[in-house]
Structure formats: C-alpha cells, structure tokens
Design a protein around this ligand. Structure first.
Ligand code: SD4
Length: 340
C-alpha cells in the first residue's frame, strides 16, 4: 500500500472506519460538447453556462449531466442523472451499487438533493435501492418531508416503483471479508481517489442545483450516517449566491456545517476558492485537530459560474465540464508538509 495515498488513522481505530478504500478505475476520456452556450461576463471572471462540477474524477457523470443540460434539461435533472451514473457503476465502491458495506456487511446509502428554490430531499441508511439520489428527489417532490431513513426510506422507494436489489457485489463482499481478516479494524483513509460523488450544476438560465450520494465510510458502525445526506453539511444550494458540496470524513464536515459555511462565505463576498479554503481552515485550525489523519474536500460554484475546490490533503480533485471541455482539476490543499 502506497504511503502517499493513504493515511493510517490511529485516532479512529475504535470506530473502525475506512474511508473509501477502493482505488477504482476512472474513465479518462474527456467528452466534448459543441452546442451553443450562453456567456456570463463580469469584472473579474468570464464563465460559460451551462456548467457542471463534481467531486473527484467522474468524467462520465459530468458528461451525462452536461448532456442533460445541453438538451435543455434543468440543473436539477442534470445533477440527478449525473449522480446516477456513479450509483450504477459497480466498480465505484463508495457509491450506490457495489458500495463497500458497513462492518456487518450491509451496504447503506446516504444521499440528498437541493434545487434552485431551496427545496431539498434526503435519504439516510437506505438499503437495497441503487439510486438513492432519485429517492431523495422523490422525497423532496412527492412528500411534505425532507428526510426519510432506513426501512421507511426503502419502503417509500419501493412504493414509488424503485426496484429492490442486493447492492453488495462480489468484489465488495470480497473486500469486506479481506478487511475483516487483514485490516483488523484498523482504519485506513484514502485521501486520493474517487469517492462520494457530489455534483453542482448551473443551467442555461443561471439556476443552480446540487446533489450528493454515497455509501459512506466503508466498514462503518451499523447505523452510522455521515454528512452527505445532511443539508448544510454535505450539500447546500442558495440560488442567489452559489452552492457547495463536501467529501471526506463526514463527521468533520457535520461539526462545521461545511457546505452551508462555504455558501455563506460566498454570500459575504468571498470567491468560491477562498470560501472553500476558509471552510477547510475551520477544520484544521481547531485546537487539537487531528487533520493529519483524515481527508475533507469541498467544491463550490458561485452565481457567476466561478468555481473553487480545496482539501485538507493532496490528491483531491474536481471534475469540471464547461465550454465543451470535461476536465479533471487537481485541488489545492492545506497540508503541504505531509504525504507529498
Ligand atoms: C461520509 N462524506 O459518509 C462521506 C464519505 C465520503 O469521500 O465523502 N467519502 O462521511
């Protein structure tokens, strides 16, 4: 195991957590879009709409979202369909089908979605349904509630026509069985690779939506829920200002209400980049922060279409599809002294 890629997290040994252990293959093919786009100009930037950004290296997902936008779909449709690509990708062991299970072998999904009106929906601890983000959207649009959990969420999904299926693939089962024997409940945090997908999109009308979906920390305690389905922590959208989404150790994101913080900082005039950096700063500058043991990353977009990303450690990346170019962008990061 490459030291550069992983941090052994002794501080979390008791919890026995492993954050996205899979080094999965990602599609390297950038997809080109050629249809016409609207251009927003302002004093300090020139952004081209529509645009899509997502956490990690997920070009197939951003390509799908852009396809939706170019076909005239809105930002909400785009982020849902973009995230669905990764949920269906069995090779991605941190999202949807094929996600790594909790320590008891159960794959449990967390997801949320938020639209331009500030409406939102979420599911937590959802089992046996691949497209958690779509169930979250149903919760938002078809119920008077924001969040459904566990068996209730599953039964609701089935009532809405979602198919129940076993999400534990052979590969994930094997990884879990190996972990039980070899990892001895010592967690290893992957700071480098594709993980939870969080996606933000601005459509041609300049309206913003976002979504986030994950199987959470691999080998987590049964019942554990992270930041990803928590509006304000894993995701926040304010159509007047911008949007942000998080990845990494959810407990740290929840404690600082990270995505809401990023958006509020943008509301106060910070650029998306500066806002992401300050939100990471709130985590790493805490007295006694054990940031060397975990990764957190944020991506953000403002109403102008300016984007930013920042993480605690190196190797976090953002995929950005704008103006016909679908590109992976390495994120700047806080910890310049370790793991480099
Ligand atoms: C969680 N934030 O459940 C998620 C995991 C994640 O990259 O984002 N991994 O805490």
């Amino acid at each position: 195991m490459n030291r550069r890629k992983f941090i052994k997290n002794t501080a979390l040994t008791g919890a026995g957590l492993l954050l996205g252990s899979a080094l999965v293959g990602c599609n390297e093919n950038a997809t080109k879009e050629t249809e016409s786009t609207a251009v927003i100009s302002n004093d300090d930037s020139k952004a081209t709409l529509p645009l899509v950004i997502a956490t990690w290296h997920v070009k197939e997902a951003t390509a799908k979202a852009m396809e939706v936008l170019q076909a005239g779909g809105n930002a909400l449709d785009a982020v849902e369909q973009g995230c669905m690509v990764e949920e269906a990708n069995e090779k991605g062991q941190s999202v949807g089908k094929g996600g790594l299970p909790d320590r008891d072998g159960n794959v449990t999904l967390d997801a949320c979605i938020m639209d331009k009106h500030g409406n939102c929906g979420a599911v937590v601890y959802l089992q046996d349904i691949t497209h958690a983000v779509s169930v979250a959207r149903k919760v938002m649009e078809e119920t008077p509630h924001v969040m459904l959990a566990g068996e209730g969420a599953k039964q609701y999904a089935i009532s809405q026509g979602f198919e129940a299926e076993d999400l534990l693939t052979e590969a994930s089962k094997e990884a879990w069985e190996k972990w039980k024997v070899e990892a001895k409940y010592k967690p290893i945090i992957n700071i480098e690779n594709h993980d939870t997908i969080g996606m933000l999109a601005i459509d041609k009308n300049g309206d913003i939506s976002g979504a986030c979906t994950t199987s959470g920390l691999a080998y987590k305690m049964g019942g554990r829920v992270g930041d990803s389905p928590i509006i304000g922590s894993g995701l926040f959208v304010d159509n007047e200002v911008g949007a942000a989404v998080a990845t990494g150790l959810g407990e740290e994101v929840v404690k600082t209400v990270g995505s809401f913080l990023v958006v509020e900082l943008m509301r106060q005039g910070k650029s998306p980049q500066d806002a992401c950096e300050e939100a990471i700063g709130r985590i790493v500058n805490k007295p006694n922060s054990n940031y060397k043991d975990f990764q957190v990353g944020y991506i953000a977009v403002n109403k102008k279409g300016e984007t930013g990303s920042y993480s605690v450690h190196q190797w976090f990346s953002m995929t950005k599809f704008e103006d016909g170019v679908n590109a992976q962008i390495q994120s700047d990061y806080f910890n310049k002294t370790e793991n480099s």
